[in-house]
Write a protein that binds this ligand. Structure first.
Ligand code: GLA
Length: 731
């Protein structure tokens, strides 16, 4: 049993393989948090402490007892307005204008299986990975606002998911000003917040900052999860490292505005909370209606960050991603964006596909520029009909020709956008998000469609479906190239504009869900000017996301390092591109670009016809090596052996098969130096007692030798040299 309720002690215990989580129905039916951490199957309510503290109020029922205060107790779901002044999860406005919600325990339910959330992404159970659900219902007896707290327990991965359903059982409307998904409290304050910040072309940079009494917030208000901050964060013990120490990870399954807040309170306790960003969020819940928060997946590791990442990698890969390509090997693709930009036609594409197929590449992705009158980025978004002037063919003819030379065909769309210079905008100027009588902020000269409108969602779905029905298109790159500025929908009155941001995301998910259901054989890759919407919410609909527009192998070391903390390799879109690199002007060896791109979904983004013979030969070898190691790379355990922030000489990583018989080690040197040091790297995850051979050579190494004494690396000659080692159990 992963979930237990002890009636006598009024105690809920959630157990996973290595962790436990405990909740207590406390005095006055308050819902108190007792513990989350290393497995302890024991009543921990002795941890509750009370004290008469000045300026910390007491529940009304406490009468003259001044020792119990909601301002100092650890809680499961904090609310504003009843004497707790720390970060709240729930802020409401009641009909009388008052701003209070006082949640008390009402009932509970334990169920086999994992709850699902209507219209929102959610971790799901499979035959192999079973789950359990706990629902604790709390109620504010004055307004009859009911909150169901959902807990999903994934024993195998040490994961607990959380979400809340907020129901108005009263007679009057209630407005939500903040409706977070999770709250997690700690009796101490020795944490660092690890988060991943960035910008276009340099996403998910690693940052570790001590948590103190000033409130910290990681957030996006851009209408998408954003390049600037990622909705995956970690609270790590100050002493935690890759391989040691306690850490807690939180992944928000949501692609819009978010906030993760953390603070140390006046008595040294830490409160963490996460959910939809409350700024410009105002959601009316009418009598009888329910508001469902998105899900947060949490995990705890007592063995450092590496184990924490493994938990999230497995969860996302096996129990969040869906569709045919969750388990089937994904095609190695070549994308024409950096090869041609807008300057292409059918002949050019077929030539690329033909040469690519001969080298072992399996899919051609036709990027931006195939539709409307699109020859630059000033027009035609929204007009998803083929630009026959440019292509000279229909999509069907193109697909047939690309298929005939041995490649599948994929296509780029940016479905949520419109250009003012487009037939769609001319016909439906009101279909975009805009504020009447206020000039629109353009970004890349485009504006955002109002996905809260049903007819807009239908138009988007029908446009894409028409293409998919007309030709053998097996992949979609779903792009989103701006932040949302003027958030206002013509479909809502002045009292409901605070719902637009969230309803937009629900609209997006609805279209993606429909496409997933109707075209399960189509692989969808997410993109948002690279990795601007790289989040676990999107991964429910698209098993891979273009990690960054920056394809420079050296910059990618940091980008992919940061991304790896919360997301599996199978999610990371990564390509070999031409040099000098189009984003940085840097020239790195072809081999190095291949090694780096293989820490992802692997593909190419260049004109294969312009390559030298030896480079084409390298492609053949890379493709073979990647195919040979596909299972290992995508489903093995991923180890960050060195950090590009700490080791300035080289960055290295390793994947190890679950049975420890196979591993792939990758090393990329940053720069070469005269009279260089001797270099070695300590491997991980191998079987200490087993013997291994490397790159087919006769010499044998024990797992213990490779892990504790290390593997000797060559001295690089020239900058950015890379090495790859296929490690196999000796026969
Ligand atoms: C975005 C994407 C790129 C490319 C262009 C096309 O920037 O991130 O990969 O598709 O759009 O306009």
């Amino acid at each position: 049993m992963a979930i237990k309720y002890n009636e006598q002690d009024k105690l809920f215990t959630l157990l996973t393989q290595n962790t436990s989580y405990q909740i207590k129905i406390g005095p006055y039916n308050t819902l108190l948090h007792l513990y989350y951490g290393k497995k302890v199957d024991h009543n921990l309510d002795y941890l509750i402490q009370t004290m008469d503290r000045s300026h910390c109020g007491n529940p009304n029922e406490a009468e003259k007892d001044r020792t119990f205060s909601m301002d100092t107790q650890l809680q499961e779901y904090s609310t504003f307005g009843m004497g707790d002044f720390r970060i709240s999860c729930l802020d409401v406005i009641n009909k009388d204008g008052s701003c209070a919600a006082d949640l008390r325990y009402k009932s509970y339910k334990i169920m086999d299986g994992k709850y699902q959330l209507e219209k929102l992404p959610s971790v799901y159970e499979t035959e192999r990975i079973t789950m359990q659900t706990l629902i604790i219902t709390c109620i504010d007896i004055v307004t009859n606002l009911e909150v169901e707290l959902y807990y999903g327990v994934v024993e195998e991965y040490d994961v607990i998911t959380r979400a809340a359903k907020i129901s108005n059982l009263g007679k009057d409307k209630i407005e939500l000003l903040k409706a977070f998904s999770t709250c997690l409290e700690f009796p101490n304050s020795h944490f660092d917040l690890i988060h991943f910040y960035g910008k276009h072309s340099l996403e998910r940079e690693f940052d570790r900052t001590p948590v103190g009494h000033a409130k910290l917030s990681v957030e996006s208000m851009r209408g998408l999860s954003s390049h600037q901050h990622n909705p995956f964060v970690i609270l790590a013990d100050r002493s935690a490292t890759e391989t040691n120490g306690e850490c807690y990870g939180f992944s928000f399954l949501y692609s819009g505005n978010f906030q993760a807040q953390v603070e140390v309170d006046q008595i040294g306790q830490t409160r963490f909370a996460m959910g939809i960003h409350p700024a410009f969020f105002r959601y009316e819940v009418k009598p009888g209606e329910i508001f469902t928060t998105p899900e947060v997946a949490m995990s705890y590791s007592s063995e450092g960050l590496q184990k924490l990442s493994h938990n999230f990698h497995k969860l996302i890969r096996n129990n969040l991603c869906r569709g045919k390509y969750k388990d089937t090997r994904r095609p190695i693709l070549i994308n024409n964006w950096e090869a041609t930009y807008f300057n292409f036609n059918t002949e050019k594409l077929v030539l690329i596909a033909k040469e690519a197929a001969e080298l072992g590449i399996e899919m051609l992705v036709m990027d931006d520029g195939w539709f409307g009158k699109r020859d630059d980025d000033f027009s035609s978004l929204g007009d998803w009909v083929v630009n026959t002037n440019k292509l000279g063919t229909t999509i069907k003819e193109l697909a047939d020709r690309v298929n005939a030379v041995g490649c599948k065909l994929g296509m780029w769309f940016e479905p949520e956008m419109v250009n003012e210079d487009s037939d769609l905008y001319r016909k439906h100027p009101d279909w975009c998000l805009h504020i009447p009588n206020r000039p629109m902020t353009r970004c890349r000269y485009q504006i955002v469609l109002d996905l809260t409108r049903e007819e807009v969602r239908a138009y988007i779905y029908n446009s894409i479906a028409a293409i998919l029905n007309s030709a053998n298109v097996e992949y979609i790159k779903w792009d989103f190239n701006r932040s949302i500025a003027e958030v206002w929908s013509g479909m809502k009155d002045e009292n409901h504009q605070g719902q637009v941001f969230h309803d937009y995301i629900l609209g997006l998910y609805e279209i993606l869900e429909r496409l997933n259901n109707d075209y399960p054989q189509v692989l969808i890759e997410g993109c948002s000017s690279g990795g601007g919407r790289f989040d676990a919410g999107m991964l429910y609909y698209e098993p891979q996301i273009w990690c960054s527009d920056n394809t420079d192998a050296f910059d990618r070391l940091k980008i992919q390092y940061g991304t790896s903390f919360g997301y599996p390799i199978s999610a990371v879109g990564s390509h070999v591109s031409a040099v000098p690199n189009h984003q940085t002007g840097r020239t790195t060896p072809f081999h190095t670009r291949g090694v780096v791109a293989m820490a992802g979904t692997f593909g190419y983004e260049l004109d294969v016809n312009k390559l030298l013979t030896n480079e084409k030969e390298e492609i053949r070898e890379q493709v073979e090596l990647y195919k040979r190691n596909y299972e290992l790379i995508n489903s093995g355990d991923y180890y960050r052996l060195t950090s590009p922030y700490e080791n300035t000489d080289f960055t290295s990583w390793q994947t190890v098969s679950t049975d420890k018989t196979q591993s792939l080690l990758s090393v990329v040197y940053h720069q070469s130096h005269g009279n260089s040091n001797f270099y070695k790297v300590l491997l991980r995850g191998l079987d200490e007692n087993a013997l291994y051979q490397i790159n087919g050579e006769d010499k044998k190494y024990s797992g213990a030798a490779l892990m504790y004494a290390g593997f000797v690396l060559p001295n690089p000659w020239g900058d950015y040299q890379a090495y790859q080692y296929e490690i196999k159990l000796s026969k």
